[in-house]
Design a protein around this ligand. Sequence first.
Ligand SMILES: [Zn+2]
Ligand SMILES: [Zn+2]
Length: 324
Amino acid sequence: MVLDQPRTPLVERELPEPEPGPGQVLLRVRACAVCRTDLHVVDAELPDPKLPLVIGHQIVAEAPDGRRLGVPWLGWTDGSCRYCLSGRENLCDGARFTGYTLDGGYAEWTVADERFCLELPDEYEDVHAAPLLCAGLIGYRALRLAGDAERLGLYGFGSSAHLIAQVARWQGRRVFAFTRPGDLETQAFARELGAEWAGGSDERPPQELDAAILFAPAGELVPAALRVLAKGGVVVCAGIHMSDIPSFPYELLWEERSVRSVANLTREDGREFLELAPRVPVRTEVDVVPLAQANEALERLRRGEVRGSLVLQVASSASRSEAT
Ligand SMILES: [Zn+2]
Ligand SMILES: [Zn+2]
């Protein structure tokens, strides 16, 4: 499925099998999970994508030698800039990103730099492993940046939050989930996954929060979250794009509250999270659709009609199951 121009639907097209360049491996895609960032690329909210482009950066694929590999968002770094040299390759000046500046996984075949591919835990079937690759591991980085917050708010209870809520509970934190106002179904889903309270993003939780992670790309949630934070609390913005943040009184930031963002991932984040996920164990709730229905899948994500993670099935693996 190819994006020829932003703000146009993906087009189904036969492409030549991609040629692996130096350090790259040719991969047969088995599944690719859908991420909110895919929508930002399609909607031209991120500048200068490769065009034409194959989007998708939560890829479960098979190498020619039969190994199963995961391809995440961080596809390549220069290894030489001051960020790479200080252990912050997620901020690399020259980074290339899967499904944005490199072709990704909404396709039958792809190529990837092997040094950036991740080994996937055997416990997960392909479609269940795919959402771990961005929703899981960027969510996990956001959770780490929330510090040791005991009372954790999650705004936007979708692909990422449903995984991170499980990790947070396992770590002994208390989880408070915020959804679109009136979305009782998602609030019930959050409670099933261990949230002790779930309500609309316009509601006040029963207690002040030590941290809030914003997975929804709505800038007005920043002051809304600051309003329910305890002293010293942090608001972590986990998305790559967000609508403008409205101005707010300094009083909301006073008393050592802070606002920060999370950008990309390091390979270390990936290895750490993928090692942790089966130990929790993180259960991925997936809604599987065939690759050819990628446009419909993106529209459903846009409308918020997804429980857990949406995954495109590309090729079936030897065995399949409904739950992990
Ligand atoms: Zn670099
Ligand atoms: Zn993503």
